[in-house]
Design a protein around this ligand. Structure first.
Ligand SMILES: Nc1ncnc2c1ncn2[C@@H]1O[C@H](COP(=O)(O)OP(=O)(O)O)[C@@H](O)[C@H]1O
Ligand SMILES: [Mg+2]
Length: 322
C-alpha cells in the first residue's frame, strides 16, 4: 500500500533519511518509533509529498508519488488523512465547522457535509460538542475533532504524527482505542509515528525502529519485544549487564507458566550452576513477555544449549553485545 524504497533526504549536508526502505501493508496499524530528531516526521511528510526527497521512490497504491501531476496529487492527499500532536484546529470556528472545512474546500453540498460531519462526530464520540469552540474542549476532545476532520475525505490511510504526545496516559489510551476502532470498523490503514513505547505496545501490528534517519529494525511488534534486540534496548535506555567469564545466554519466554521451572530443572538435570544475570518481565497486551540472561560456566555451554532446544526454549547468545 505504501512502499518506501531506498529513500534518502538531505537538509544541506545533513542526511536526515538514510536508505529508508520498507512497506506498509493495507489494513495494518504500522508504528514508527524513535527518539526526537530521528527523522520520523520528515518521513511522514515525504509520504504525502509535503516534503521532497533526494533519491529513492515512494509508491502509494501503486503510484509513484513523484510522478503525480497536481490533480493526481490532490487525489492522493485525499486518501491520506493526517493528525498531529497539537491538533491544528481553527480557534474561531466551531467543532462542526472545523470538521466540515475540508469538504467545503472541495465544494460538497451542505446537506452532504452535515450528514457526514455528524456521522463522524458521532463516531469519535463528541457529537454533543459540535457547536463548541476548540478552547472549551479538553486535549483528548480536541484530538477527536482532528481525527474526525482527517476522516472527512474518506481516506484509506491515516498518518498520525505524535498524536498522543500532548495527552495524559488515560486520554492517550482512549485515543489509541479510538484509532484501533477506526482501523477495524472503517478498514483504514494507520501509520503511527511516536517516541512513546506504550503507544507501539498498545496498538501497532508491525513496527519500525528509527534512529538518526535510519531504520534499525522492523518487524511484528510482538517479535521486536520478544527478541529485545540492541536497537530496542537502546531506545529503552537499557544496557544488558553480562558477565565476562563463561557464556551469557538470553532466554525469551511468553506467559506460558511451564517456563518457570526451566532453570531449576536444568540445574538439577545437568548438575550445573547457572547464574541469573538480568531479568525483565513486561506486560504486552494480554501477555507477559520476559527475557532472562543467564551465565553458564565454560564446559557446560553445549549441554545447556541442547537442553534448551529440547525444551523448545528460545535463546540467543549475548556475548557479542559486550
Ligand atoms: N526544515 C528543516 N531544515 C533543516 N533541518 C531540519 C528541518 N526539519 C527537520 N530538520 C532536522 O532533521 C532531523 C529530523 O527531524 P524530524 O523529522 O522532525 O525528526 P522526528 O520527527 O523524528 O523528531 C532533526 O535533526 C531536525 O533538526
Ligand atoms: Mg517529529
Amino acid at each position: 500500500m505504501i512502499e518506501i524504497k531506498n529513500v534518502n533526504k538531505y537538509y544541506g549536508d545533513y542526511r536526515v533519511l538514510k536508505d529508508v526502505d520498507f512497506t506498509i501493508n493495507e489494513g495494518e496499524i504500522f508504528g514508527i518509533i524513535g527518539h526526537s530528531g530521528a527523522g520520523k516526521s520528515t518521513l511522514l511528510r515525504c509520504i504525502n509529498r509535503l516534503e521532497s526527497f533526494d533519491n529513492g521512490d515512494i509508491v502509494v497504491d501503486g503510484k509513484n508519488i513523484m510522478s503525480l501531476n497536481d490533480s493526481e496529487l490532490r487525489e492522493m492527499r485525499k486518501n491520506l488523512g493526517m493528525i498531529f500532536q497539537h491538533f491544528s484546529l481553527l480557534e474561531r470556528m466551531t467543532v462542526f465547522q472545523n470538521v466540515a472545512l475540508p469538504m467545503e474546500c472541495f465544494g460538497y453540498k451542505k446537506s452532504e457535509i452535515k450528514e457526514r460531519v455528524e456521522k463522524l462526530l458521532d463516531l469519535v464520540g463528541i457529537l454533543d460538542k459540535k457547536n463548541e469552540k476548540p478552547r472549551n474542549l479538553s486535549g483528548g476532545q480536541k484530538q477527536r475533532v482532528a481525527i474526525a476532520r482527517a476522516l472527512t475525505m474518506k481516506p484509506r490511510v491515516l498518518l498520525c504524527d505524535e498524536a498522543t504526545s500532548a495527552l495524559d496516559p488515560k486520554t492517550t489510551n482512549s485515543i489509541l482505542s479510538l484509532l484501533q476502532e477506526i482501523n477495524e470498523k472503517l478498514g483504514i490503514t494507520i501509520v503511527v509515528v511516536t517516541h512513546q513505547m506504550e503507544v507501539i505496545k498498545q496498538i501497532c501490528t508491525r513496527t519500525a525502529i528509527m534512529d538518526k534517519g535510519e531504520v534499525l529494525q522492523i518487524g511484528e511488534t510482538e517479535e521486536i519485544f520478544l527478541s529485545n534486540t540492541k536497537p530496542l534496548r537502546k531506545l529503552l535506555g537499557e544496557e544488558s549487564i553480562v558477565l565476562p567469564e563463561g557464556k551469557n545466554l538470553k532466554l525469551l519466554f511468553t506467559n506460558d507458566r511451564s517456563n518457570d521451572a526451566i532453570i531449576t530443572g536444568m540445574a538439577r538435570e545437568l548438575n550445573v550452576d547457572v547464574s541469573i544475570v538480568f531479568g525483565k518481565l513486561e506486560k504486552f497486551r494480554e501477555d507477559i513477555l520476559g527475557s532472562l540472561i543467564i551465565n553458564i560456566p565454560d564446559g557446560y555451554v553445549e549441554q545447556v544449549k541442547e537442553y534448551l532446544n529440547k525444551k523448545n526454549m528460545r535463546w540467543q547468545e549475548v556475548d557479542d553485545e559486550l
